[in-house]
Design a protein around this ligand. Structure first.
Ligand code: DQA
Length: 154
């Protein structure tokens, strides 16, 4: 399939996710970000889609990546906003401004952790949220968005 006909998905990893593998492994597991990205790329190849993956520790960079996804005609976004989930009206506004189908993912189950993690500012502008499945949350998120985009095309 020619690249211009492919479904294009942007995966965004938020702050501190570059430390996965070393960071609180009892909560986030031992898989590194590179392990997660490899699994995502393998699934993308199988599904014959184009996947772009970015990680940033900066709110503004994440916002610009969301704006660029719309400019570059991406079809959807998978985002783990990490701690910005609970604080960032700006990322939420960026997502609702571009209005691309978005799936929010988290490695941990944010509802059985500290009180401040139980509220997501992002969920209201996402199609859905997947949390608690470790690295598999991302793969489930990618499958969910592809399913949705392909159904919408029928
Ligand atoms: C996280 C959950 C957030 O509360 C936390 O700040 C993270 C990671 C997760 O993937 O489980 O950095 O988004």
């Amino acid at each position: 399939m020619k690249r211009r006909n492919k479904i294009k998905i942007l995966v965004i990893h938020g702050p501190n996710l570059n430390l996965l593998g070393k960071r609180e492994p009892h909560i986030y597991g031992v898989a590194t970000l590179s392990n997660i990205n490899t699994a995502l790329k393998k699934l993308a190849e199988k599904e014959k889609i184009y996947l772009k993956i970015i990680q940033s520790n900066y709110e503004g960079k994440i916002i610009e990546a969301i704006h660029n996804a719309a400019k570059d005609k991406f079809h959807g976004i998978i985002i783990n906003p990490a701690a910005y989930t609970h604080t960032s009206i700006a990322i939420r506004d960026a997502l609702s401004s571009v209005n691309l189908p978005t799936i929010e993912v988290h490695l941990s189950n944010i509802y059985c952790r500290e009180e401040f993690r139980r509220y997501s500012l992002i969920s209201a502008v996402a199609i859905g949220q997947i949390c608690g499945f470790g690295p598999n949350s991302y793969l489930l998120g990618l499958k969910a968005i592809l399913d949705l985009l392909r159904k919408n095309k029928e």
